[in-house]
Write a new protein. Sequence first.
Length: 290
Amino acid sequence: MKVLVTGGNGQLGRCLQDRLQYTDYEWQAPDQSNLDITDRSAIATYFKIFQPDIVINAAAYTAVDKAESDQENAYLVNATAPGYLAESCQTAAIPLIHISTDYVFDGTATVPYKVSDQTNPQSVYGSTKLVGEQIVQSTLSEHIIIRTAWVFSEYGNNFVKTMLRLANFHPVLKIVGDQYGCPTYAGDLADVILKMVMQVQFGQKLWGLYHYCGDQITSWHGFARAIFDEAKRQGIIDNIPQLRVINTDEYPVAAQRPQYSVLDCQLSFENYHVEIANWRKALTRVINKI
Ligand SMILES: NC(=O)c1ccc[n+]([C@@H]2O[C@H](COP(=O)([O-])OP(=O)(O)OC[C@H]3O[C@@H](n4cnc5c(N)ncnc54)[C@H](OP(=O)(O)O)[C@@H]3O)[C@@H](O)[C@H]2O)c1
């Protein structure tokens, strides 16, 4: 079984590689410089040489605020390129696992979003990711799309690393307290993806749309609090900065975020024996690794 992971240098890409090395799969996880997914012919060539049996698209344009002024590139990476991958998968008759986001929703809900709920993205990032989902769905029937949220890990750029960096310089931090979601450890998501790869390998037809995120709802302020409590417990910081709760409108950014983007994962996964992971446990491991 040959597994191709695109976006090998991202948080998810790196967590997938950490786990793939302990499997029997033959795998490759090229970074952007080795496989640019916006290059249609590069994808075709890569497929011809490596001949994957399944593709996991972990590549994306994830700079949410930058996307507002860089719409064309965001669309190319998040919408057009997944179409190229789906097209090559269709030609090779192999499945594609594609990752999407909670930002496809507008965040006005008060209960967790189900996969069947109406999408209504409020940002360029969210809109381009939604079009990416739709292109994959219409190009390739053998697809799995997993929407996730608030991804953190020991790799790349994420909220955990930003908080720990800021703590070094700022005794007081203002953190948004009126946006709610579920942090997701990229390693837990990688475990779920590889579990699905294994099920596909053994003939299960899991095609469709799923939600996967960590298990406890929190705000960015609550997440920051958990990060600093854990960092202090592990002796990584001497003092916890004073955390001031602010509202979304007190922290102006280019892209509008969903106020509430909790994903209902239970229904979509209950038939596939996927457990929703405790992000606080993962946070302990991630801070230890950082
Ligand atoms: N991060 C989050 O909070 C979050 C939340 C919800 C959903 N998601 C989704 O989860 C998935 C994984 O996200 P992540 O956090 O692992 O993102 P990430 O750390 O930003 O990684 C994305 C990777 O994609 C690569 N990439 C960008 N353009 C590319 C191209 N044209 N060709 C090949 N690779 C390209 C980037 O390369 P460089 O390293 O060269 O920049 C980067 O390594 C994405 O689909 C994302 O939309 C993420």
